[in-house]
Design a protein. Structure first.
Length: 365
């Protein structure tokens, strides 16, 4: 009896050790919940005045200044290998939904991701891409609808998108893992931590972020040959998408990421940590946000020929607010980064300033 008990304890100990290694190294469950608990209960993590933001300015500046065009440009191909699911049978379908709009659908592991492409009455071969954040459906937001009307009147087609599992992509989601097929119901699919177990044994290089980025990437890529002027914008999680898609698709010439991300150096602070996809993927061991920001300005040849603007609300009631946004801007302003700018807008809501966006676009003409 005693030997059976010792054997049982030994098995439990071995299992606990292996699982603990998996949590620490591969970020298995409950890694992300532990991270959230750490952020919620750590008394040092608080929204505070800039003097109490314990960030090493020298380190951040050296890190940012060390990022050069050529090495970062080379990373784009490797990132595409790690993020974009490139099966030959990846299909894009188009369905007319009203007189001036099509629903464009891509599939990944038989999960449908959609975009609504609305056509301008007097087209000028320009495309404006908009991605909503965790709020879900872009058509539920007045700032999206006002931008849609504005750009259609300017002669630009308008592609409206949601994040994976949200808004116009709401529904169940299935993907492969080390433990077999994982099936998320509609509610579970909205929580992006639940995608962390992704593993494709036939495409072992793919990061879980491929479930987020690939379908949107494929939809946009399917449209690029139809336009000579393409820009992208997004708010919150959609702003995060904007960073990634602009970094990976050099045909996007202009980007506005609105309250969407900050570098990892700021992620220990309340309101800056972001959601699972923003910080917990192992892809961030390979590429930093500084490098992604630099990639947003580099064309297909590695030249600085694209423009990027990151906008933050000073008193945003969600995330990425001051003093952290202002601190980040102060670092960027001292860098010699062409075509990359940070704007802090006076706004206490997690929303877009339509007048500011219109002003930016009109100044580009």
């Amino acid at each position: 009896m005693k030997s059976k008990f010792i054997f049982f304890i030994l098995i439990i100990s071995i299992f606990s050790f292996i699982w603990g290694m998996g949590v620490g190294v591969y970020k298995w469950f409950p890694y992300f919940y532990l991270q959230e608990a750490k952020q919620n209960f750590n008394p040092s993590i608080k929204k505070d005045v800039i003097e109490n933001v314990s960030i090493d300015n020298t380190y951040i500046r050296k890190h940012a200044e060390s990022i050069k065009e050529y090495p970062v440009w080379l990373k784009r191909k490797e990132l595409i290998k790690k993020i974009i699911y490139n099966k030959n049978f990846f299909n894009i379908s188009k369905e007319r939904i009203n007189d001036n709009s099509d629903k464009i659908t891509s599939k990944i592991y038989n999960n449908e991701i959609n975009g609504i492409l609305t056509y301008a009455p007097k087209p000028k071969q320009c495309l404006r891409i908009y991605i909503q954040g965790h709020g879900g459906n872009p058509f539920f937001y007045s700032y999206h609808n006002k931008l849609l009307k504005f750009f259609l009147n300017e002669g630009c087609d308008f592609l409206s998108m949601s994040m994976t599992g949200l808004g116009i992509n709401e529904g169940s989601f299935t993907y492969p893992s080390r433990y077999g097929e994982i099936k998320l119901d509609k509610d579970m699919a909205k929580d992006h931590k639940n995608y962390a177990f992704f593993y494709d044994k036939n495409n072992t290089n793919l990061d879980p972020l491929s479930l987020f980025i690939t379908p949107h990437y494929k939809i946009i890529e399917s449209l690029t040959s139809n336009y000579n002027d393409i820009s992208i914008m997004g708010i919150s999680g959609g702003g995060w998408y904007t960073v990634w898609l602009s970094a990976l698709i050099p045909k996007i010439k202009f980007s506005i990421s609105y309250a969407g991300s900050l570098p990892m150096e700021y992620r220990k602070f309340e309101g800056v940590s972001g959601d699972w996809e923003q910080q917990n993927s192992k892809i961030y061991d390979y590429v930093s946000y500084w490098e992604l920001y630099k990639l947003m300005t580099l064309d297909e040849k590695g030249k600085i020929n694209r423009q990027t603007i990151l906008i933050y609300n000073d008193e945003d009631d969600c995330c990425f607010y001051n003093p952290y946004a202002q601190h980040f801007k102060s670092i960027v302003d001292k860098l010699d980064w062409r075509n990359f700018n940070v704007i802090i807008d006076k706004n206490d809501k997690h929303s877009m300033n339509i007048d500011l966006i219109k002003k930016i676009y009109k100044s580009k003409k």
